[in-house]
Design a protein around this ligand. Structure first.
Ligand SMILES: NC(=O)c1ccc[n+]([C@@H]2O[C@H](COP(=O)([O-])OP(=O)(O)OC[C@H]3O[C@@H](n4cnc5c(N)ncnc54)[C@H](OP(=O)(O)O)[C@@H]3O)[C@@H](O)[C@H]2O)c1
Length: 255
């Protein structure tokens, strides 16, 4: 049984994971950390911060909180020799260096997108880009619910950057064509956004060639996919030797 210490347990992701672990018999949450434990009742003991965490049995800390919390999380995991899975986004260079250093003494997994399906989508898109070559124009379309404030999505930008890195760094990501009064250049990757209703998340990569279009698409039906990907990452990380891991490593190891 994998024992989880859930950081950010009262947040949206913390609660998704709290709900999902009940479906599995190889993983459970033994304790949680959240800034204000009084806001919600959980089935496990909850602490205000890592300094207050009493002796709990844990194999892995799952972190979905805030970059400010990271130093305490890392210190706790290194001191107690517990694996760490970080889903918190907006990590600074300092945060990333902290995780690199910690990975010398514990296994650390980091991903800003815990969807395994999106990882597979990205892998397929990179393979398609290599196979199809420069004669195919690449465009990315992402769709999200009407509450989302940022556009394009972080995932669409990540896909665009990965494609650009692989094909040729001189490629340009184009987010808005409304002011460009000229035809599309061949070294562009366009990214477009649609917002509406309750769309959980949808990303399509188009490879438009002469007389044919290839589309690779991932549709997310709920946030649960991020929780399931995190549980998969927890299972993966607790079995790994000390080091730094991400979704790509997990994909490569599962093929
Ligand atoms: N990697 C992925 O796939 C993925 C997916 C979704 C979200 N995320 C990221 O995960 C993080 C949490 O997302 P969420 O949607 O669950 O957020 P949320 O609903 O706002 O929950 C945040 C949690 O972290 C705690 N927290 C907030 N600020 C903190 C601080 N300064 N120090 C310590 N704890 C703090 C909150 O405690 P209180 O509620 O008690 O104040 C709460 O438990 C964000 O960075 C988000 O972008 C990543």
């Amino acid at each position: 049984m994998i024992k989880v210490l859930m950081n950010g347990c009262n947040g949206k992701m913390g609660q998704v994971i709290t709900k999902l672990v009940k479906e599995y018999d190889d993983i459970c949450i033994t304790a949680g950390v959240t800034r204000d434990p009084s806001k919600r009742q959980n089935s496990y003991p909850v602490f205000r911060n890592f300094k207050e965490v009493a002796a709990v049995e844990a194999d892995v800390v799952l972190d979905f909180s805030n970059p400010e919390a990271l130093p305490d999380v890392v210190e706790y995991c290194v001191k107690h020799q517990i694996a760490l899975v970080v889903g918190t986004t907006g990590l600074s260079e300092n945060n990333q260096e902290m995780l690199r250093q910690a990975s010398a003494s514990i296994p650390v997994f980091v991903s800003a997108n815990m969807s395994f399906g999106v990882t597979v989508l990205m892998d397929l898109a990179l393979k398609a880009a290599s196979a199809l070559g420069p004669e195919y124009d690449i465009e990315i379309l992402e769709k999200h619910h009407n509450e989302k404030k940022d556009a394009p999505s972080g995932t669409a930008i990540m896909i665009g950057k990965e494609l650009k890195n692989q094909i040729n760094n001189s490629f340009e990501l184009i987010y808005d064509r409304s002011k460009i009064k000229e035809k599309r250049k061949s070294n562009e990757i366009g990214i477009s956004s649609i917002r509406g209703g309750t769309i959980a998340g949808d990303h399509t990569i188009f490879f438009a060639g002469k007389d044919e279009i290839i589309e690779i698409r991932h549709t997310s039906l709920s946030r649960d996919i991020l929780g399931r990907g995190t549980i998969r990452a927890a299972r993966y990380t607790v079995l790994k030797p000390n080091g730094l891991y991400n979704m790509k490593n997990m994909l490569e190891d599962s093929i």
